[in-house]
Design a protein around this ligand. Structure first.
Ligand code: ADP
Length: 387
């Protein structure tokens, strides 16, 4: 794209001194201070656009955009999108359908709470992502067990730091049964453009919520898709998001669509590689950068072909040694790539404590049906060896 990039990180890079324009260390725990540091940096190296890549950096990016008066979200909107409790409050107030919810302190006696709530319910940390720590409970006994696991997850100092002042709190929500979809969007000057709607054909009924297959275009009937998009649109406005990528999870059932979560960032992991836009097959990242930099966007229209990605399920707890059958998995017709992102020697931690998928499978074809079948077939050929 011919764009010069500065990567800001919360940990110093060994190469920072040799590439002062390209690498910058910021304190992600203090968005205002980070923005001040960027303003000073920009006096020497002018900044035209800023993009956050995950929930935490979406807030930093908003603070920087505000300070530099460049395109971006207000800080309060980015915070509302990354804080599950604040988000629920704003959405409920705006009349967007969300599960019933309450915020509780981890130190409160779980056995007492367990007696007073209705089941099934979902316990979740207020600020983690990728379904980490999200647990369904069907009765008082499983509630107490889930609470114990959540407390242990949040006892880890790094995890607690990521949750900031909500590290001792958690949400209890009504469990919304139904079919789940993911919506990828780009907000341009307050208007949500839906880039694509993904079906999640595998049921996500818990007790943990590990993702697997995403396929687009969605096979959900057109009328329902319109209602889902309208629900996401209302959520964007309720949270005050005005610019940039959004990724939302929605469910629907007899009650219509429900907003499970909306994040002011693009889809995570390697999943964005399934998306290509316009005649030239522009990537999602390029769309996002073009938008941030006020460069012309050739098209927001996804390609004609169906596409899908499988987040490879975490095969178990242990040390990853190798994967067998990779060539066979890649040889399945319609499979574009199988990327193993786990490194030999890496410890794999299943949900809900972990959330790092060991790899991703990508497929493209004429219909969502054949794409989904190819992903499943490819996965069947992989064997993970753990110790
Ligand atoms: P995260 O941001 O960590 O991914 P979410 O709140 O999006 O956390 O929850 C992760 C997944 O858990 C959702 O995609 C959904 O499948 C499931 N889930 C979360 N909350 C509920 C709920 N109240 N009812 C039903 N399923 C839920």
């Amino acid at each position: 794209m011919g764009v010069e990039l500065t990567v800001a990180s919360e940990r110093p890079s060994a190469l920072e001194q040799t590439n002062p324009a390209g690498l910058l260390t910021l304190d992600f725990e203090q968005p205002e201070r980070a923005a001040d540091a960027v303003r000073a940096f920009a006096e020497q190296y002018p900044i035209k656009g800023v993009v956050g890549v995950d929930d935490a950096t979406a807030v930093i990016a908003a603070a920087i955009a505000t300070k530099l008066k460049i395109k971006g979200n207000p800080v309060h909107a980015a915070i509302a999108a990354s804080d599950k409790y604040l988000q629920r409050e704003l959405l409920a107030k705006a009349g967007v359908p969300v599960p019933r919810f309450m915020l509780r302190n981890l130190d409160e006696d779980p056995a007492t709470i367990a007696k007073s709530i209705t089941y099934p319910c979902v316990l979740k940390p207020a600020r983690l992502s990728a379904s980490r720590g999200v647990i369904r409970a069907d009765n008082a006994q499983s509630f107490v067990a889930a609470h114990g696991r959540l407390r242990a997850i949040l006892a880890d100092p790094e995890t607690a730091a990521a949750c900031g002042d909500r590290a001792r709190q958690y949400l209890i929500e009504e469990f919304i049964p139904g079919y789940e979809v993911a919506l990828e969007g780009l907000v341009v000057n307050r208007r949500l453009h839906v880039l694509t709607l993904f079906d999640k054909p595998d049921p996500l009924d818990g007790p943990f919520f590990e993702e697997t297959i995403y396929v687009t275009p969605s096979r959900v009937p057109a009328g329902l898709q319109a209602a889902i998009k309208d629900c996401a649109d209302r959520a964007v406005r309720a949270l005050g998001i005005i610019e940039g990528a959004v990724h939302a999870e929605l469910r629907y059932n007899e009650g219509g669509p429900w907003l499970i979560e909306l994040a002011a960032r693009p889809i995570g992991g390697r999943c964005s590689a399934v998306l290509r836009f316009g005649d030239k097959g522009v990537s999602l990242e390029e769309l996002i950068l073009r938008h941030a930099l006020d460069m012309p966007i050739p098209s927001l229209q996804r390609e004609r072909l169906a596409a899908g990605v499988m987040m490879i399920p975490i095969p178990g707890a242990g040390t990853f040694r190798e994967v067998r059958g990779l060539a066979e998995a890649k040889a399945v017709p319609l499979i574009e790539d199988v990327q193993i992102t786990a490194h030999p020697g890496e410890r794999l931690v299943p949900f809900p404590e972990g959330s790092r998928y060991p790899g991703f499978i990508f497929a493209r074809g004429e219909t969502p049906h054949v794409v989904e079948a190819a992903l499943r077939e490819s996965f069947q050929r992989l064997t993970f060896v753990l110790e």
